[in-house]
Design a protein around this ligand. Structure first.
Ligand code: HEM
Ligand SMILES: N[C@@H](CC(=O)c1ccccc1NC=O)C(=O)O
Length: 265
């Protein structure tokens, strides 16, 4: 009985005539038909599953980061922060789940690795979309995509043309009267850092951006550790030098000015 409880009356579910089911709603027949190893190697199912899980999370991250960008443009900083909290939680999961793939031995990986070339994580369109949206817009990757569809290429071009998270943050600063030209931006960031009484929301939002940057870098470091464990000094199936190439990418930052700011505080 709801009695005088405030709010809408509670509904008793369970009498909907069986219209919607768990598997139907989640499209499980379609989803579970997608894990199809190419070989008899026992660990290829693990390898495929883990990559598919990454791509599902990448899709969600793109969605939430687009939302955060929109909220920053609209000056709704609380909403952007709410979404960044979710983004960070997912990014921590992405790092944690490397451990699952590391239960595979290199010997077991070698049983199917040769069949993978020339495919590699290089060709993850959503991973590159995340980088572009976050502000790391390296157009050279457009040329390095072999075997991607016209639709995927168009998506990447669109990401290159659209505003980044940093563009959105700059808009949030200027909405509060802080100048954001190349010459003035560092003083504005310093003003935010030193006047928390007036700008704490902008400070916390910059910290959220920095955490997004930091967790992406942590994933890259975790990935290269796994790579060294699995293939040592071998070159990559995608044609790169392997671990040395990946090590070079661990130093990249989405928001270099937020790191540089530390030197001035
Ligand atoms: C046995 C496990 C893995 C190995 C040995 C491995 C190895 C490599 C290597 C060598 C590269 C450089 C490109 C190349 O020449 O092939 C690379 C790139 C990449 N891998 Fe993996 N990888 C593994 C698992 C994963 C997983 C689980 C993901 C998750 C999505 C992933 C995502 C990526 C991405 C996004 C790149 C491009 C990185 C960039 O350009 O900065 N890899 N991987
Ligand atoms: N590049 C890896 C192979 C690999 O990990 C991979 C192969 C196909 C699809 C995704 C992959 N994952 C990350 O690079 C290697 O060189 O062993």
């Amino acid at each position: 009985m709801d009695g005088d409880a405030p709010g809408p009356p509670r509904r008793q579910f369970g009498e909907e005539g069986g219209l919607l089911s768990y598997g139907g709603y989640l499209r499980l027949p379609e989803l579970l038909a997608q894990q199809r190893p190419q070989s008899q190697a026992p660990d290829e199912l693990l390898f495929i599953t883990i990559h598919q899980v990454y791509e599902l999370w990448f899709k969600l991250l793109l969605h939430e980061l687009e939302g955060a960008r929109e909220a920053m443009f609209a000056g709704e900083l609380w909403q952007a922060r709410h979404l960044f909290r979710r983004v960070h939680a997912v990014e921590r999961v992405l790092i944690e789940q490397v451990e699952v793939l590391e239960t595979m031995t290199p010997q077991d990986f070698m049983a199917f690795r040769a069949n993978l070339a020339p495919a590699s994580g290089f060709q993850s369109v959503q991973f590159r979309e995340l980088e572009f949206l976050s502000g790391l817009r390296d157009e050279r990757y457009l040329g390095s995509f072999r075997h991607i569809s016209e639709e995927e290429l168009a998506r990447l071009r669109r990401r290159l043309a659209e505003p980044t998270l940093w563009d959105a943050y700059l808009t949030a600063l200027s909405r509060r009267g802080l100048p954001v030209s190349d010459k003035e931006i560092m003083s504005s960031l310093l003003a935010v850092a030193r006047n928390r009484g007036s700008y704490d929301d902008l400070w916390q939002l910059a910290e959220d951006l920095l955490t997004h940057d930091e967790t992406a870098a942590l994933w890259r470091m975790r990935h290269v550790q796994m790579v060294e464990r699995q293939i040592g000094t071998k070159s990559g199936t995608g044609g790169s030098t392997g671990a040395p190439y990946l090590r070079g990418r661990t130093r990249l930052h989405y928001f270099p000015l937020l790191w540089e700011l530390r030197a001035w505080l």
